[in-house]
Structures are given as structure tokens and as C-alpha cells.
Design a protein around this ligand. Structure first.
Ligand code: CUA
Length: 320
């Protein structure tokens, strides 16, 4: 069903977001009419009919006051609980998603698929598959907004943010930058192209001449000399082994435990002193300024690929 002024509905989340939105709108309209109607009714019914008229004193009613506190509380909590449940679904990306790296810069969006294909301002994805966007920016804050999928998230310097969606209908869906980022902000957008799985496979193989982010990351890892300290299976010895690290917990020399996710790896490259793995010295230099966001994502992809706790990102899509 297409409602005027509403974006089309193209993901597994859209229906839930719309239902909550209609509920909020419905409750708002109901109370606006109720309160407006009662005001008009009372103005007429209880108008002053005689200049000497003095109303009866009102003492208040505990019963009524309790009621008009509890009912709005319950209504407000229904917004909260419903909204929170959708929020948690949206901001906990599924484990088995297809991963796409996204880098925003003034004023374009760069995408790279796990299999290496790169795109600018266009993102091809298969229908019926969960897709996770791992997003970074090279300069200022941008924001990925795909109205038809009802998803939106800021892309903030110095960190990764993620979004996920599962498109339900093949087609082209407009996306936008939704955070003012300078002169050409309004032109910083493009299209998500949702394709049938076989079409998508064709598209992937037609663009298959590019190196996968993990392979590019491995080259960087070697050219930056990382391997001399942290060979993939600890050959270097001066830094922790990187195989099997991603997705698992790491114990630091402060006694704390952290989860090795994308953000942890990024931080360990740019600011190695922030979290030192137990048993190692603070000897790693920072790579701040030597690697850009896209290269960081490639090194992250490489370290991910060394992990046994791999996502299913590179497995072929499930047969339907
Ligand atoms: Cu990027 Cu607005």
C-alpha cells in the first residue's frame, strides 16, 4: 500500500516503523480532537450567563487526578516499549549479514563489497538477504538515510557506525546524506539497487576484477611492516597474534577485557597505547596519518579474515 507523502516501503523493518508511526499519529489525532472538542463544549456549556454569577468552589478529586496521571503514563510507556523494541532490532546487526564497507567524504559515498567490488553513490544488494553497512568518514559528519528502508545513522569521524537492512522488493531506492556537511551536501546521495539473487551474482561477477578488502588489507599489513611484530600466527612475537582475535574477548594489561570488534582494531592501529594486550609492552607506533579510512577498513577486513569466528559474509546466498 502506498500512502501519499510516505516513502515506499522496501525492507523488513519498514512495516514495523510505519505501524508505530501510525499509532503515534493516531494517538495524537485522538487527543487533539478530544481536548479541542471538550474545550469548545465547556466554553459553550459553562459560559458566564449573568455578571453576578460566582462558580461553586472546586476541592479537587484524587480519583480523577490519579486516573489522568496513570492513563497518560501507560500511553507514553507504550510508545517507549514499542519504540525501544524496534530500536534494538535495528541497532543490533545480525551475525550472518553480507558486509559492505561505506566511506563518506565531501561529497560522495564510496562502497566496497567483501568480494572487492567498489561503487560510488550506488549500492547493489540482493533482495531477501541481510546487509550490514560498516561506515566511516574521511572528513566531517555525514549521515546515511535510506527512507524506503526506514534506516538512518550518522557517520562520525574517528569511529565506525553500522546499519543493517533486508530489502524485500527489487528496485531502485534513493538514499541521501542527512547531515549538513558543506556546499554539496544536498547532492551527496544516490541509489540502492536491490536485485534478484541471480542478477546480483551476475553483477558481482561482472565487476569481479577488483581486489577484496581483505586481500588489499593483507598487502597493506605487509607493506606497513605490521607482520614484523604481529605475524598472523605470532611469528613476530613482539605483538599479539592476530589469528582468531576478531570477535573474541581480549584481556588487557589493566586487567580489563574488551571485545575485539571493528572499533577496537581501528583504535589499536591509530592509538595503540589506548588498550595494550596483557603480556606486551607499549612499543607499537601509531599509524595515524599514514592510513586513510578506506585503508583502515581494509586492514580491519584482513584481520577479520584471520579469525575463526568469521561471519558468513563470504558464503553464497541461501537458496530460496
Ligand atoms: Cu554528507 Cu551531508
Amino acid at each position: 500500500m502506498q500512502i501519499p507523502l510516505m516513502p515506499e516501503s522496501g525492507s523488513t523493518l519498514s512495516g514495523d516503523v510505519d505501524a508505530l508511526y501510525f499509532y503515534l499519529t493516531g494517538v495524537t489525532i485522538f487527543f487533539a480532537l478530544l481536548i479541542g472538542g471538550v474545550i469548545i463544549f465547556f466554553v459553550i456549556r459553562y459560559r458566564r450567563r449573568d455578571p453576578s454569577e460566582i462558580p461553586r468552589p472546586i476541592e479537587g478529586s484524587t480519583k480523577l487526578e490519579t486516573l489522568w496521571s496513570i492513563i497518560p503514563l501507560l500511553i507514553a510507556m507504550s510508545f517507549f516499549v514499542w519504540g525501544a523494541s524496534i530500536y534494538y532490532r535495528q541497532y543490533r546487526p545480525p551475525k550472518n549479514a553480507l558486509e559492505v564497507y561505506v566511506v563518506g567524504k565531501q561529497w560522495m559515498w564510496k562502497f566496497q563489497h567483501a568480494t572487492g567490488q567498489r561503487e560510488i553513490n550506488e549500492l547493489h544488494v540482493p533482495v531477501g538477504r541481510k546487509v550490514k553497512l560498516i561506515m566511516a568518514t574521511e572528513d566531517v559528519i555525514h549521515d546515511v538515510f535510506i527512507p524506503a528502508f526506514r534506516i538512518k545513522a550518522d557517520v562520525v569521524p574517528g569511529k565506525y557506525t553500522t546499519l543493517w537492512f533486508e530489502a524485500t522488493t527489487p528496485g531502485r531506492y534513493h538514499f541521501f546524506c542527512a547531515e549538513y556537511c558543506g556546499m554539496n551536501h544536498s547532492g551527496m546521495g544516490g541509489w540502492v539497487v536491490v536485485m534478484e539473487p541471480t542478477e546480483y551474482e551476475n553483477w558481482l561477477s561482472g565487476n569481479a576484477n577488483q581486489m577484496s578488502p581483505a586481500a588489499a588489507g593483507q598487502q597493506l599489513f605487509e607493506s606497513l611492516g605490521c607482520a614484523s611484530c604481529h605475524g598472523a600466527s605470532a611469528e613476530g612475537g613482539r605483538g599479539p597474534a592476530l589469528s582468531g582475535v576478531f570477535g573474541n574477548n581480549v584481556t588487557l594489561n589493566s586487567g580489563q577485557t574488551v571485545r575485539a570488534d571493528e572499533a577496537y582494531i581501528r583504535e589499536s592501529i591509530l592509538n595503540p597505547q589506548a588498550k595494550i594486550v596483557t603480556g606486551f609492552g607499549p612499543i607499537m607506533p601509531s599509524f595515524q596519518g599514514q592510513v586513510g579510512e578506506e585503508q583502515l577498513l581494509q586492514v580491519v577486513a584482513y584481520i577479520k579474515s584471520l579469525s575463526t569466528a568469521r561471519t558468513e559474509a563470504t558464503k553464497p546466498p541461501a537458496k530460496k
